[in-house]
Design a protein around this ligand. Sequence first.
Ligand code: C5P
Length: 275
Amino acid sequence: MIIKRVARAKINLCLHVIGQRSDGYHLLDSVVAFAEYGDVLTFAPSESVTLSINGPFGDGLSGTGDNLILQAARCFDRKNGQGAAIHLEKNLPVASGIGGGSADAAAALVGLSELWELPLPDPEKQLALGADVPICVAGQPLRMRGIGEVIEPLELDQDHPMVLVNPNVSVATPKIFKALNNKDNPAVIDGPQTGWIDWLAKQRNDLQAPAIAHSPVIANVLQALKQTAPMLSRMSGSGATCFGLYQTDNAAQEAALRLSARHPDWWIQTTRLTT
Ligand code: C5P
């Protein structure tokens, strides 16, 4: 039996930083949804746990030691001889604000729980792997609060064609949080039942300004996306990946073509935001 899971890219449609805990972690209020596109993980029965990696962003990633997928495997109370040959096809840029490591860890938790017929590790263990792991395990549109432990499922009105753009810079999340001037921004107010895009357009990503200060090219990405007339465009997480949402698949494909022609060195991926 081989189990396959897609570790879908996590998109923060808005991300408000509304406070800071005494341990330094920031309190967030964010509307999150997932892309169809992501890393692909497979799990096959084996006597020990091993990890192999390929894919466009696999180079330089270690399949040993502290890889989050192996850390996820260590969260289970497995029996002697219960192992897994895990393979990761790394399609998402690393340290790019769209889940990456957390999405892989979440896919590993769900895939291994199925392979080993063991319960999913509890939410605290998931959160200890990475603040975005529980939301990636949930894998559906949601509002997240706290540092990621308070999860409220949401219904967004419809799927949207989406273009993801990363200017090939990796961003270290702690640096961006440290550079935040204002840590007490207003929270997300409750969203509407319909008309989510209009509502989201009025929200913010509070990490966008410090991320641009760290990597000014993010401002160029946002400007280039704006020129393709998306319904909504914004940076996700702590960057540098930005997203544009479009009315039709054609509009998204045209936007991606235009962006690739002007910026052949950027990572540009057409996908859908799933609801
Ligand atoms: O938990 P994760 O590994 O994703 O977080 C990386 C770092 O980002 C944390 O060590 C912390 O410095 C910062 N962070 C934060 N507030 C959050 C999430 C992350 O300050 N809510």
